[in-house]
Design a protein around this ligand. Structure first.
Ligand code: BG6
Length: 489
């Protein structure tokens, strides 16, 4: 057993998928409030046109204005918007936190809904009722001895900013910074661990896996992403200057790519994927500078390096203290034309790996990949590391008030073992907050049926159910892991 004695064992959520109360107490709409629900039959698809101009669809995990089917850009009465209620953390936070305490969790990852604090995003003064809600939550966590890990922005920009201003406009940097400063100043006595943006590299995902994705849109994504980097750096710099006790983190989607074969061309292709979609973002936030591959990328899209270089000093000053990332699956990259690219996963597409198995949603389960990427991150950054999302999205059955989920326990077992091994390898891993510790709305499909939690919530894809919480078998399993500090997994 190698887990350090003050290891953080927790669970993770995000406001838009968990909280609900979407129009209560002065909250404004977020982009995610316009996202309709899904089911296994109506998963989200993205339409694109192939080289012959024929429309094609790919399954996608990304909420974006490029997805015509499921983002309605207004609220229609005959549509179901699962994020409006989430699983009602807004009214049930005390009950959930009591369960976290019972489990022994010492960290809880949650996000702050930007539009609960600034309803449109552009107001001068924050919404006091919104501020009061999170203060109550943080105080409740403190009473229960649970350290909050707060994502300032988790996929839910205020709808006004998302539709009328956009990240390409530097004005959004200032609006974000105002929001970030407000919440850091407000909760400085209660929150020490902060992440500036969830999965910042997801900005590049459409261009990464949608065939023939329009070049001008990719160009725009790089510009928007840069503005997010600047907003993050400003926030980290302010935090370091004002609250030296704060621990600031990045959050990178763990898109881990393997070469499908030992064909050197596949090796190079996989390396390029990692550079473009993982290290590109990790480097800016953790090393404070763009990696050397950036010049090639910018040239490829006709982007002026000066646009990126003008903020070099700020990026340097806004380096994070801890590297955090999500990890669900790995995908394989190949240059071989005859291989189907059907190895879907979190935000990524690739070829199927014959050595691993796949979840009900086609995400490759690969615990060794976790050990692998942990070592890579350690070697590159030498920063403390946290895995702030990980888990198995699966169908669960509630029967006689019980949920037997041996598949989830198996998943935990091999991933916690991989963490243990990685620590033995020398990785400075300090925390683990598995995703959706309480069942919540799926980001990619809008389903409730895709459950990650060790706590079951009685709610279905149509929004029907009592919202009552039940402990799954994995609850006791995880509680024991925590109790023994990872000795028994
Ligand atoms: C991560 C996101 O990419 O994956 C979460 O940060 C998301 O918001 C999680 O919920 C799992 O994805 P999904 O689509 O199964 O909910």
């Amino acid at each position: 057993m190698n887990f350090p004695k003050d290891f953080y064992w927790g669970g993770a959520t995000a406001a838009n998928q968990y909280e609900g109360g979407w129009n209560l107490d002065g909250r404004g709409p977020a982009l995610t409030d316009f996202t309709t629900g899904g089911s296994a039959q109506t998963n989200r698809y993205l339409t694109y046109f192939d080289k012959n101009g024929d429309p094609k669809k790919v399954r996608t995990s990304i909420v974006s204005s490029d997805i015509p089917m499921d983002v309605t850009f207004a609220v229609f009465e005959d549509e179901h918007y699962p994020n409006h209620m989430g699983v009602d953390f807004y009214h049930r936070y005390k009950e959930d936190i009591a369960l976290f305490k019972e489990m022994g969790m010492n960290m809880f990852r949650m996000s702050i809904s930007w539009s609960r604090i600034y309803p449109l995003g552009i107001e001068e003064a924050p919404n006091e009722e919104g501020l009061a809600f999170y203060r109550n939550v943080f105080e409740e966590l403190k009473r229960n001895g649970i350290e909050p890990l707060v994502t300032i922005s988790h996929y839910d920009d205020p709808a006004y900013i998302a539709t009328k201003i956009g990240w390409e406009d530097p004005k959004t940097i200032d609006l974000y910074f105002k929001f970030a400063k407000t919440v850091m100043d407000e909760y400085c006595d209660l929150v020490k661990y902060w992440l500036t943006f969830n999965e910042i590299n997801s900005m590049l995902m459409l261009s990464a896996f949608v065939p023939n994705y329009p070049e001008e849109k990719t160009r725009l994504s790089y510009i928007q992403l840069h503005n997010k980097f600047v907003a993050s750096a400003k926030t980290v710099k302010y935090a370091h200057e004002t609250y030296p006790e704060f621990v600031m983190g990045c959050m990178i989607a763990g898109l881990v790519n393997y070469p499908l074969t030992c064909d050197p061309k596949d090796i190079l292709a996989a390396q390029e994927k990692m550079q473009n979609y993982f290290w590109y973002c990790g480097d800016v936030q953790s090393r404070g500078k763009y990696p050397s591959c950036s010049k090639k990328i910018w040239a490829q899209y006709g982007l002026d390096p000066e646009f990126f270089n003008k903020d070099a000093q700020l990026l340097k000053e806004g380096k994070v203290d801890v590297f955090t990332f999500s990890y669900y699956n790995t995908t394989c990259v190949t240059t071989h034309k005859d291989v189907a690219k059907d190895g879907a996963g979190n935000l990524s597409m690739g070829a199927k790996n014959p050595y691993i198995h796949y979840s009900d949603w086609g995400w490759g389960v690969d615990a060794d990949g976790l050990r692998y990427i942990l070592n890579e991150i350690e070697d590159r950054y030498s920063l403390p590391i946290m895995i702030v999302e990980n888990g198995l999205g699966a169908y669960d059955v509630l029967e006689d008030e019980q949920v037997h989920d041996p598949y989830r326990i198996e998943y935990f077992k091999c991933h916690i073992k991989a963490m243990d091994d990685a620590i033995q390898d020398g990785v400075n891993l300090i925390g683990y907050t598995p995703w959706g510790i309480v069942d919540l709305v799926s980001a990619s499909t809008g389903e409730m049926a895709k459950r990650y939690g060790v706590i079951y919530v009685d709610l279905d894809d149509e929004g029907k159910g009592t919202l009552k919480r039940y402990k799954k078998d994995s609850f006791d399993y995880y509680a024991n892991v925590i109790r023994t500090n990872g000795k028994e997994y």
